[in-house]
Design a protein around this ligand. Structure first.
Ligand code: IPE
Length: 254
């Protein structure tokens, strides 16, 4: 059983400030992962307030130029520091977790992953180590440099590792329509979703909720189901990992 779990940047950080972590939330997430740990688990986290502001300031989405080149390191360092907090919290909870940084093992082509070196990750999984990846600034064959979202990363990893289940832990109860949770979505609903979702709150350079759902819809079409759930609600991560979650939005194939 291979599980990919993404914890959104908004769960771990205050997205409306610059580089503001939520240490209690990070510690709770780590405890929940430890409580329901399964042998082949990959964690991915978003950047939240670590990285989005820097990526925007240096206009990394415009590709490589004299200004953006100065923003690669501060953006990477910001999200790497959040990654270190997450990995440290997991280790403190007894989880053998290790960092994996996309800047160093991944190449984009016009914003999409062209190649990712998987060997360190597969060897970690074999050793029952939890690789912890994150949204990152990454070199791009077409634009020089680009931003890789944790959501695209989740979809890529799910395919590459033939994941059985994908979880997207966010700060909302699922995909919402007029304030209530849509319980189930299928790839055929993509147009409807496009008109419902207007982007998430705060500075987000990678597309907010719609970007997330588009990645997951494609994945569902290939037979890998995912669930978008509220990871701020204590106990939900444990339930997701134990396949016991009765809330959130399930995105599955037709
Ligand atoms: C964005 O990551 C990466 C950078 C801005 C460097 P995500 O798009 O996965 O982050 P969240 O989940 O929206 O915070």
């Amino acid at each position: 059983m291979t599980i990919i779990l993404k914890i959104g940047g908004s769960v771990l950080t205050d997205k409306n400030k610059v580089s503001a972590a939520k240490p209690e939330a990070i510690a709770r997430v780590a405890r929940e992962v430890s409580e329901a740990l399964s042998p082949r688990l990959v964690l991915v986290h978003g950047a939240g307030s670590f990285g989005h502001h820097q990526a925007k300031e240096y206009r990394l989405k415009d590709g490589l130029n004299d200004w953006s080149i100065k923003g690669i390191l501060p953006t990477h360092n910001a999200v790497k520091s959040l990654n270190a907090m997450v990995v440290d919290a997991l280790q403190m909870s007894g989880v053998d977790a290790l960092p994996v940084h996309p800047l160093s093992n991944c190449i984009l082509n016009n914003g999409r992953i062209e190649h990712m070196c998987m060997e360190a990750i597969t060897r970690m999984l074999r050793a029952e180590i939890v690789p912890v990846l994150h949204g990152d600034v990454v070199m791009d064959t077409a634009k020089g440099v680009g931003i890789l979202s944790g959501d695209q990363l989740v979809a890529y990893l799910a395919r590459a590792l033939k994941a059985d289940r994908v979880g997207i832990g966010t700060n909302v109860d699922g995909v919402l329509r007029n304030g209530s949770v849509i319980r189930e979505l299928k790839p055929a609903n993509i147009r409807e979703v496009e008109s419902i979702l207007s982007g998430s709150v705060g500075v987000d350079v990678t597309g907010g909720m719609y970007g997330k759902i588009a990645e997951l819809m494609a994945l569902a079409g290939e037979g890998i189901p995912s669930v978008v759930f509220n990871a701020e609600k204590p106990g939900n991560i444990v339930k997701f990992l134990r396949d016991d979650l009765a809330e959130g939005t399930l995105i599955s194939g037709d």
